[in-house]
Design a protein around this ligand. Structure first.
Ligand SMILES: *[C@@H]1O[C@H](CO)[C@@H](O)[C@H](O)[C@H]1NC(C)=O
Ligand SMILES: *[C@@H]1O[C@H](CO)[C@@H](O)[C@H](O)[C@H]1NC(C)=O
Ligand SMILES: *[C@@H]1O[C@H](CO)[C@@H](O)[C@H](O)[C@H]1NC(C)=O
Ligand SMILES: *[C@@H]1O[C@H](CO)[C@@H](O)[C@H](O)[C@H]1NC(C)=O
Length: 351
C-alpha cells in the first residue's frame, strides 16, 4: 500500500514544468483599505509578548481567553481553560524507522510564550490581500469513485478542479466509525510558484464536514515558499485555514501552527519526518490536534461547533495533494523525483 502511494505521488511529478507565476498587485481603494484595517484589528488580538522565531516569523502571545477561536458564535459561552488535556483510548502506533523531526518549537533565545497565552502568527494586510485569491477547496467527492469497486484502500490521482491527489483512503463502503487518524510524513520543500500549492495531509470527514492537518508549500496562503504546518476546516464549500478559522482552540504555549520546520529532508542524504494526529477526546468529544510521537497537544476543535463530525468520522484520507490554476502546470509533489524504493530518496506519507 505504502509503495502504491509513493508511486502515485511521483507519477504526478512527471508532468512538472517550470512556471513563472505572475502575481498582480492591485491598488486598494480607501474603503477597501479601511475594511482591511478593521479586519486586522479583529483578527490580531492584543499581544502580551511578541516573539520572533529563528526563521523570522512574528508570533503574538495572546491571552488564552482572547484567542480568535472564541470569536466563533458557538463558543461565546465556553468554559474551556488553558490546562485542558485530552483523554484517549489507546492510540494505535506503528514504529517508524527514520529520523523524527524535532517539533517545530522554533523560538529564538527569548523562550517563547508565557503560560496562559498561545502563539498566534501575526496577520498582515498583505496576508489578507493575498488570501483573497485562495482557490476553492478540494472537491469533497474527488474522482470518479465508482470507477474502481475493489474494497481495499486505494490510491487515486484523477485531476479535479485544478487539484490532483495521490492518496489512500478508507474504503467507501466501510461503515466503521473513526475516532481519529495519524500519519508520519517525510518533510520536503517542493518547488512551488505563483498560485500553485503542494501539500501532504490527513483528512478526516463525515459528509460535508472535513478537518485536515499536514504540511504545505502555499505562497498564496503564507506569502513564502516554505513548507509549513497547516490546519484546515471545511464545511461544504466554505473553508478556512489556521488561526484565521475561528473555532480551533490553541492550548500549547510552545507549539504554534503555521510554523516552518527545522529540518527538511534532503533526498539521498536524510529523510526527516513528522508525526501528526487528529484524535477525538473521549470525555468531551473534541477533535484534538497532536504532534510528534509523544502526542503533544497543540489544541482542539470543540465538539459543539460540528454537526456531522459531532460523533465520529466516516472517512479518512492520507496523502499528497497539489493544485495549479487553469493553464498552469502542476507543481511537484513530495521529493519531486520518481521513487527508487529507498526512503532516503523517496517522499512518503505512512499511516
Ligand atoms: C464515472 O464512471 C462511470 C462508470 O465508468 C461513468 O458512467 C460515469 O460517467 C463517470 N462519471 C464521471 C463524473 O466521470
Ligand atoms: C466490480 O467488482 C466485481 C467483483 O469483484 C467485478 O466482477 C467487476 O468487474 C468490478 N467492476 C468494475 C467496474 O471494476
Ligand atoms: C455523520 O453525520 C450524519 C449526519 O449528521 C450522522 O447522522 C451520522 O451519525 C454521522 N456519522 C458518524 C459515524 O458519526
Ligand atoms: C538507501 O540509500 C542510502 C543512502 O544512499 C543507503 O545508505 C542505504 O543503504 C539505502 N538503503 C537501501 C535499503 O537500499
Amino acid at each position: 500500500m505504502h509503495h502504491r502511494i509513493v508511486r502515485q505521488n511521483l507519477l504526478v511529478l512527471c508532468l512538472f514544468l517550470s512556471y513563472n507565476g505572475v502575481q498582480g498587485k492591485k491598488e486598494l481603494s480607501e474603503l477597501e483599505d479601511m475594511e482591511l484595517q478593521k479586519q486586522l484589528k479583529l483578527l490580531n488580538k492584543p499581544a502580551i509578548k511578541t516573539v520572533k522565531t529563528r526563521y523570522g516569523d512574528t508570533y503574538d502571545c495572546v491571552d488564552f481567553y482572547k484567542q480568535h477561536a472564541f470569536d466563533h458564535p458557538l463558543l461565546k459561552n465556553h468554559n474551556f481553560h488553558p490546562k485542558m488535556k485530552p483523554t484517549f483510548a489507546e492510540i494505535k502506533q506503528n514504529s517508524y524507522g527514520s529520523t523524527t523531526n524535532r517539533l517545530p518549537k522554533i523560538w529564538s533565545k527569548d523562550g517563547g510564550c508565557p503560560s496562559g497565552t498561545v502563539p498566534v502568527k501575526r496577520i498582515t494586510k498583505d496576508d489578507l490581500i493575498r488570501q483573497r485569491d485562495l482557490p476553492p477547496p478540494e472537491p469533497a467527492n474527488f474522482d470518479n469513485e465508482s470507477k474502481n469497486n475493489n474494497s481495499e484502500q486505494k490510491a487515486s490521482s484523477m485531476p479535479s478542479n485544478g487539484y490532483k491527489r495521490a492518496i489512500v483512503r478508507t474504503p467507501k463502503e466501510l461503515t466503521t466509525k473513526f475516532t481519529g487518524a495519524g500519519m508520519a510524513t517525510s518533510l520536503y520543500n517542493p518547488h512551488v510558484e505563483g498560485k500553485q500549492i503542494s501539500a501532504c495531509r490527513i483528512r478526516i470527514e463525515n459528509g460535508s464536514e472535513i478537518l485536515q492537518v499536514g504540511w504545505r508549500v502555499d505562497p498564496t496562503l503564507y506569502g513564502d515558499n516554505l513548507a509549513r504546518l497547516f490546519i484546515h476546516r471545511q464545511v461544504g464549500e466554505t473553508q478556512c485555514f489556521n488561526t484565521l478559522c475561528p473555532g480551533f482552540v490553541q492550548v500549547n504555549t510552545d507549539l504554534p501552527i503555521e510554523s516552518s520546520f527545522e529540518h527538511i529532508s534532503q533526498r539521498g542524504v536524510k529523510a526527516w519526518e513528522i508525526v501528526m494526529y487528529i484524535y477525538k477526546d473521549q470525555a468531551y468529544g473534541h477533535w484534538w490536534l497532536l504532534l510528534g510521537d509523544k502526542y503533544e497537544s497543540v489544541g482542539y476543535w470543540p465538539n459543539n461547533i460540528f454537526v456531522e463530525l459531532a460523533q465520529f468520522a466516516t472517512k479518512i484520507e492520507w496523502g499528497g495533494s497539489v493544485y495549479s490554476p487553469p493553464g498552469v502546470p502542476e507543481p511537484p509533489m513530495g521529493s519531486s523525483y520518481l521513487p527508487i524504493g529507498n526512503s532516503t530518496f523517496d517522499a512518503y506519507c505512512r499511516c
